[in-house]
Design a protein around this ligand. Structure first.
Ligand code: URP
Ligand code: ZN
Ligand code: ZN
Length: 464
C-alpha cells in the first residue's frame, strides 16, 4: 500500500514548507516538491498542515485507582486519541505491591491485546522494592524496551514510595539507561492537611486543592531533582502545575542538569475556581496536582515557550462523573483523582497556544510530538516527518471549526473538561504507519492495527 499526501504544509519541530509526502508500506520514503509518482491512495492536503502524529507520554488506561478503574480501556482511549491526532502513547503500567515487574507488564499487555488502534509503550511505575531480587529485575527492564521508571511521591497508603525507594530506583536508572519520572508532591504533608480538613468537616471538592498547596509540589520537585543529581539519573517531572515547581526545574536546567518537565493541557485552562462549581460538578476537576490559581497559567505558557518545560501531555485518567467521581460525595478525599483529555490536546494547544501567540507552530509540534518521542526512546521512528520515519501523520485543517463536547468525543467518559469550547483547527486525516485511522470524522481502521513499541534507552535513537 502506498499513500501520496499532496501539497500540504509540512510542519516539524524544525521546518515548515510545502511539499508532498510519499509513504510506502509503514514508512515515509520520500518528501519532495510536486512528486510525480503513482500511489494507491492520494490525499489532497492543500491548505492543510501535515504534522507528525502526536505522542502522548502520560496516560492511564484501564488503571485501577481510587477504589475504581479508569473508564477508558485501550480501545476507547486509543480511539479517542486517534481522533485527536495522537498516534502513539506511553501508558503507566503500575506494579502491584509485592508483584514482579514481569507480572505487572504481562497484565498491561493483556489489557491491550487485540484492542490496539495506535502504538503503545509502557512506563513502569515502581511501588515496592521490598521483595528479594526486585532491584535486579528492575535493572533488566530497559533491555526489554521499558526505559522509564515512574515513582509517585504522593498518594500515601496507595502508590506513594518513600525516599529510599525513590533514590534506589534512581541509582538503577543511572546504571541502566532509564529515565526517572516523578509525580512530585509531598504526600506526607498532604496527608496531614487532608486528615485535618476532614476532621474539621470540610468535605467539598475545593478542599482537594486547598489541602495540596503549590509549595508541596515545589518541595517534592526540588527534592527529586537533588536526589536524581546525586544518583546521576536523568529526571522528568510529570504534570507540573505551578510556579513553585517550574522554578526548581528551570534552575536545574540552567545549571545543565539532566532535568525535564512536562505540563498537561488542562493546567492552561482550568483553574482552582472550577472546583467550587455547585452540585458536585467541582468533582470533575479533581485531578492531581489540582487546578491552581489562574496566575499560574501565564507561568506555564512562558515555561513551555522558553523550554523550562519541554512537553505537554494529557495525563488522561478518566472517571465517569456519575458513578465514579460520586464515590467522593461527602468526602473529597474519596473522589477518584484524574481527568480526561486524550482527544483534545492538539486542538486546544493549537487554538489557544499557537492562535493565542504563546508558542509557534514548530514549538507546538516539538511539545506534543518531537520532545516526547526523543525523551522516551521513540525518535526518530516517531515524533517527526522524515524519510525512514514511521508514517504516523496528521493532516490538520487549520480552519476546521469544532465545538468540543462530551456528546461528540470518543472517550467513554460522561463529561469533557473543555465542554462548549469552540476551537478553529482540528485533525482531518490521521495515519498510523501508513494506515488511515480517521478520515471524514469517521474511524476507518479496526482495533488490532496498533502495536507495542519496545523503546530505546534514554538518549538513544529507536531503530528498526
Ligand atoms: O489525578 C491524576 N493525575 N490522576 C492520575 C494519576 C497521576 O497522578 O498521574
Ligand atoms: Zn501523578
Ligand atoms: Zn498521571
Amino acid at each position: 500500500m502506498s499513500v501520496l499526501i499532496k501539497g500540504g504544509r509540512v510542519v516539524t519541530a524544525a521546518d515548515d514548507y510545502v511539499a508532498d509526502v510519499f509513504i510506502e508500506g509503514e514508512r515515509i520514503t520520500l518528501i519532495g516538491e510536486s512528486l510525480d509518482i503513482a500511489a494507491d491512495k492520494v490525499i489532497d492536503a492543500r491548505g492543510k498542515y501535515v504534522l507528525p502524529g502526536c505522542v502522548d507520554p502520560h496516560t492511564h488506561l484501564e488503571m485501577p485507582f481510587g477504589g475504581t478503574v479508569t473508564i477508558d480501556d485501550v480501545e476507547s482511549g486509543q480511539t479517542s486519541a486517534a481522533f485527536g491526532g495522537t498516534t502513539c502513547h506511553v501508558d503507566f503500567c503500575i506494579q502491584g505491591k509485592g508483584q514482579t515487574f514481569a507480572d505487572a507488564l504481562a497484565d498491561w499487555h493483556a489489557k491491550a491485546d487485540g484492542k490496539q488502534l495506535i502504538d503503545i509503550g509502557y512506563h513502569i511505575a515502581v511501588t515496592d522494592l521490598s521483595a528479594p531480587g526486585a532491584l535486579e529485575e528492575l535493572a533488566t527492564l530497559p533491555d526489554q524496551g521499558v526505559t522509564s521508571y515512574k515513582l509517585f511521591m504522593a498518594y500515601k497508603g496507595a502508590l506513594m514510595v518513600d525516599d529510599e525507594t525513590l533514590f534506589r530506583t534512581m541509582e538503577v536508572a543511572a546504571a541502566t539507561g532509564a529515565l526517572v519520572m516523578v509525580h512530585a508532591e509531598n504526600g506526607d504533608a498532604i496527608d496531614v492537611l487532608v486528615q485535618r480538613a476532614l476532621a474539621e468537616g470540610h468535605t467539598d471538592p475545593i478542599y482537594h486543592a486547598l489541602t495540596r498547596p503549590p509549595e508541596t509540589e515545589g518541595e517534592a520537585t526540588n527534592r527529586a531533582i537533588q536526589l536524581a543529581h546525586v544518583a546521576g539519573a536523568p529526571l522528568y517531572v510529570v504534570h507540573v502545575s505551578c510556579q513553585e515547581s517550574v522554578e526548581p526545574i528551570a534552575i536545574a536546567r540552567e545549571k545543565g542538569w539532566d532535568v525535564w518537565g512536562e505540563t498537561c493541557t488542562q493546567y492552561f485552562f482550568i483553574d482552582q475556581t472550577f472546583l467550587e462549581r455547585p452540585n458536585f460538578e467541582g468533582a470533575k476537576y479533581v485531578y492531581t496536582p489540582p487546578p491552581r490559581d489562574k496566575a499560574n497559567q501565564d507561568v506555564l505558557w512562558a515555561a513551555v515557550r522558553n523550554d523550562e518545560l519541554s512537553a505537554i501531555s494529557t495525563d488522561h485518567c478518566a472517571f465517569l462523573w456519575q458513578g465514579q467521581k460520586t464515590l467522593g460525595e461527602g468526602d473529597f478525599s474519596k473522589i477518584p483523582n484524574g481527568g480526561p483529555g486524550i482527544e483534545n490536546r492538539l486542538q486546544m494547544i493549537h487554538h489557544f497556544g499557537v492562535g493565542g501567540g504563546h508558542i509557534s507552530l514548530n514549538r507546538m509540534v516539538e511539545l506534543l510530538a518531537t520532545n516526547p518521542a526523543k525523551l522516551f526512546g521513540l525518535y526518530p521512528r516517531k515524533g517527526t516527518l522524515a524519510v525512514g520515519s514511521d508514517a504516523d501523520v496528521v493532516i490538520f485543517d487549520p480552519n476546521k471549526k469544532v465545538t468540543i463536547s462530551a456528546a461528540t468525543h470518543h472517550s467513554k467518559v460522561d463529561y469533557n473538561l473543555y465542554e462548549g469550547t469552540e476551537v478553529v483547527g482540528s485533525p482531518d486525516v490521521v495515519l498510523l504507519r501508513g494506515n488511515v485511522l480517521v478520515e471524514n470524522d469517521e474511524l476507518v481502521a479496526s482495533p488490532g492495527i496498533g502495536q507495542y513499541v519496545a523503546r530505546a534507552k534514554f538518549g538513544e535513537q529507536l531503530g528498526r
